[in-house]
Design a protein around this ligand. Structure first.
Ligand code: HEC
Length: 103
């Protein structure tokens, strides 16, 4: 039998080492794509819009990583983003950096 934690760790290591193609896959595997699209608003804002708003904000990576993990509302409307407990802080940071590069 395989150990799930081991497999997850290996997949993550692969994602981190090949970040150019890893981040969209990470967004898919974490189900961000259920509510977010790069170019279109869905339940959540388009990632391009997020990038435009925060690209000059030096605190954005820390702020948005925390918001991904804890969830929250009020930045884009009243619909809250639920907490994403299956995302750890390293993954959240990878996702935010990728989102901020979508312009
Ligand atoms: C159930 C739907 C849903 C899922 C799943 C979801 N989001 Fe969101 N997301 C939202 C909504 C709604 C907002 C707008 C919240 C607000 O207005 O403050 C949002 C906002 C955001 C923002 C901008 C936050 C801000 O304060 O400007 C980022 C970045 C983001 N999401 C990333 C992600 C990532 C990465 C994932 C996957 C790990 C994810 N989201 C999964 C619904 C979702």
């Amino acid at each position: 039998m395989f150990d799930v934690r081991y497999v997850t760790g290996t997949v993550l290591a692969l994602l981190v080492s090949s970040s150019a193609f890893g981040s969209p896959d990470l967004a898919r595997s974490k189900n961000c794509v259920a509510c977010h699209h790069v170019e279109r608003k869905m339940i959540g804002p388009a990632y391009k819009a997020v990038a435009e708003r925060y690209v000059k904000d030096e605190a954005a990576v820390a702020k948005l990583s925390e918001k991904i993990i804890k969830g929250g509302a009020g930045s884009w409307g009243q619909t809250p983003m639920p907490p994403q407990p299956n995302v750890n802080s390293a993954e959240a940071e990878i996702l935010v950096k990728w989102i901020l590069s979508q312009q």
